[in-house]
Design a protein around this ligand. Structure first.
Ligand code: GLU
Length: 264
């Protein structure tokens, strides 16, 4: 009798397991982040706050810039309000970790889509693009990457520039900084001879300060994408955001953002 009870219990448990494996009742399916955002009513966006004109604090400590405006457009699409955004400052060095662990839903932070990053996270379609450039002091004798042997070159940790400069200028001393502000101060103080990053980010220093100049050559192409946690649970969110980007491109919203923030 006891044996029969054990066998029946085992069969029952097996049937339960098979039911969940085969039919995957909706309640137990892994929810898409898109649905969680709708339920929560706010989207958590990781953003640079040190990369004017893409992401920076204004005098009231509100996050502003091209990427911030893009986040507000996306909130309008998904949640029908441009204010349904919670900004979380990220740095180039920690943004992949923050989006992978779910601390933020997406990252909009001048982030280049690269094959290496695609192994760890997912990206939207490109919403803009930049090129790797070099910022030097106006009186510098450096004219191109060929002049960098033995020179001190600043990069921000976690950026594509950090990785690319090791290949492009193997005989230079590559010096890492936590953010653009400290890297720029080091350039002004003569501690580094050039600062390398995206032309879109470096241009702002030239607008504000004639003692530095941007060299004309671009060494890479940097398509910008919105970053997501990798995998199935962000598929619907990615599709919706890709749709929003295409719609913004068709309606010239992206062009207006470029004109407003990049003066082009
Ligand atoms: N686009 C470059 C990158 O993704 C630099 C951007 C940044 O400093 O945030 O690494």
């Amino acid at each position: 009798m006891r044996r029969l009870a054990i066998i029946l219990t085992a069969i029952f448990l097996m049937l339960v397991v098979i039911y969940f494996l085969v039919f995957k009742p909706e309640k137990y399916q892994e929810k898409d982040l898109y649905d969680s955002i709708l339920e929560r009513g706010v989207i958590k966006v990781g953003i640079n706050t040190d990369a004017k004109p893409f992401g920076f604090f204004d005098e009231h400590w509100n996050v502003q810039g091209y990427d911030a405006d893009l986040a507000r457009y996306i909130a309008q699409y998904i949640l029908k309000s441009p204010n349904a955004v919670e900004f979380h400052p990220v740095t180039p060095a920690n943004r992949m970790m923050k989006v992978s662990t779910g601390e933020v839903d997406i990252v909009i932070a001048t982030m280049t889509i690269t094959p290496q990053r695609l192994e760890i996270i997912d990206f939207s379609i490109p919403y803009d693009a930049a090129g790797l450039a070099m910022l030097v002091r106006s009186n510098s004798r450096i004219t191109s990457i060929a002049d960098l042997a033995g020179q001190n070159i600043g990069v921000v940790f976690g950026t594509t520039a950090e990785k690319n400069m090791l290949n492009l200028a193997p005989t230079a001393n590559i010096i890492g900084f936590r953010n653009y502000r400290t890297a720029y101060q080091a350039l002004k103080a003569g501690k580094i001879d050039a600062l390398t990053s995206d032309d879109t980010i470096l241009s702002r220093f030239v607008f504000e300060d004639k003692s530095v100049k941007l060299l004309p050559k671009r060494y890479t192409r940097e398509p910008y994408g919105i970053a997501f946690r990798k995998g199935k649970t962000t598929k619907k969110l990615r599709e919706n955001i890709n749709f929003a980007i295409k719609d913004m491109q068709n309606k010239n919203v992206m062009l207006r953002l470029r004109r407003k923030w990049l003066q082009i």
